[in-house]
Design a protein around this ligand. Structure first.
Ligand code: PLP
Length: 359
């Protein structure tokens, strides 16, 4: 039996993807070996890697002039890799602070660059995004970094910041592939895979070519965009199984309408859940409506003493991983691409029933 899984990451994967991987697990391509047991430089694996890269480029509409990398070290590794690759010693960079992941990115970048925090949403307790017109890049900033979707706070940008000639850098870990984006507006997009792309252990970096080859000399090669290479020129052993599964997941996205299909599906799921939270008296979502995430929906019960019972009953009803992040408490339903409308409706039915019996 498969549960309704609302995990924030590692998160639910489509059943079709898991079943396909299962069917190929012990004998990939008729080789008599699994994809995990072959060389990353073998013709069969290089085909897996380059087909995944091509499909990612196609689905996301990555223009010419961008390099796509599949790395290790997570989004957290990129918090350091970005300043190391994009700046020289003594440089400064602009950051927007919209919550927990922005803060971590800022703290790590501070080891390498002078960080200007252009906007900090502290006054709203990180329930808002800054007004688009309030953002103006600092003179001399090497880039502007923002977190497109705050996975813990459930705050998502409804616009792409304007930075003129200054490269725009964005953490898309929890929103990549959830809807179409205009990649040409960005200097660099990065995302840990375990929310919307595949399993944990692999990280996608999409970087404009003029930002490749400028790393500080002391940058570790595994974090240096120029050294790492793409599908056909890997520096070292990549996470082969994760790369393979990411490719299967991209095929599932393609077969389900691509990013337009994902956007329709995700918009509908989010509307269903926010409508229920707003309509029912017993639940509330703290995020300003214009900044609400399609992917992560935090909510509070009117009586926090019932949190434990809520989670226990939800679990018993097959609705799992609804506890909010340990830093904020409350509840959170993560409803990434792989979560179905049916799962969201099962959650809404449960919210109604819990309110009826406990309010
Ligand atoms: C999960 C997450 C991260 C951290 O990813 P790791 O792969 O664990 O390093 C960073 N940023 C955002 C927005 C996330 O959701």
């Amino acid at each position: 039996m498969r549960v309704h899984n609302f995990a924030a990451g590692p998160a639910a994967l489509p059943l079709e993807v898991l079943e396909r991987a299962q069917s190929e697990l012990t004998d990939f391509n008729g080789l008599g070996m699994s994809v995990m047991e072959i060389s990353h430089r073998s013709k069969d694996f290089v085909a897996v890697a380059s087909e995944s890269e091509a499909l990612l480029r196609e689905l996301l509409g990555v223009p010419e002039g961008y390099t796509v990398l599949f790395l290790q070290g997570g989004a957290t590794g990129q918090f350091a890799a970005i300043p190391m690759n994009l700046t020289a010693s003594g440089a400064s960079a602009d950051y927007l602070n919209t919550g927990s992941w922005s803060k971590k990115a800022i703290a790590e970048a501070g080891k390498y660059v002078q960080v200007n925090v252009l906007a900090d949403e502290k006054a709203s307790n990180y329930s808002t995004t800054p007004a688009a017109e309030s953002i103006s890049v600092s003179p001399g900033a090497a880039y502007l970094h923002y977190t497109a979707n705050e996975t813990i706070g459930g705050v998502e940008f409804g616009y792409v910041p304007e930075t003129g000639d200054v490269p725009l850098v964005a953490d898309f870990s929890s929103t990549i592939m959830s809807r179409p984006i205009d990649v040409s507006k960005f200097g660099l997009i990065y995302a840990g895979a375990q929310k919307n792309l595949g399993p944990s252990g692999i990280t996608v970096v999409i970087v404009r070519d003029d930002l490749v080859g400028t790393a500080r000399p002391e940058t570790p090669s595994v974090l240096d965009y120029a050294a790492m290479g793409g599908a056909d020129s890997m520096l070292n052993t990549p996470p082969t199984f994760g790369w393979y599964l990411l490719g299967l997941n991209l095929e599932w996205i393609r077969d389900n309408g691509g990013l337009t299909g994902m956007a329709e599906r995700n918009e509908r799921k989010a509307r269903t859940l926010y409508d229920a939270i707003d309509t029912l008296d017993f639940y509330s979502n703290p995020v300003e409506p214009g900044s609400r995430s399609w992917m992560n929906v935090p909510f509070l019960l009117a009586n926090a003493d019932l949190d434990k019972e809520f989670l226990a009953q939800a679990d018993a009803a097959g609705l799992t991983n609804l506890a909010g992040h340990r830093s904020v408490g409350g509840m959170r339903a993560s409803i990434y691409n792989a979560t179905s409308q049916e799962s969201v409706e099962a959650l809404v039915d449960f919210l109604k029933e819990f309110e009826r019996t406990h309010a």
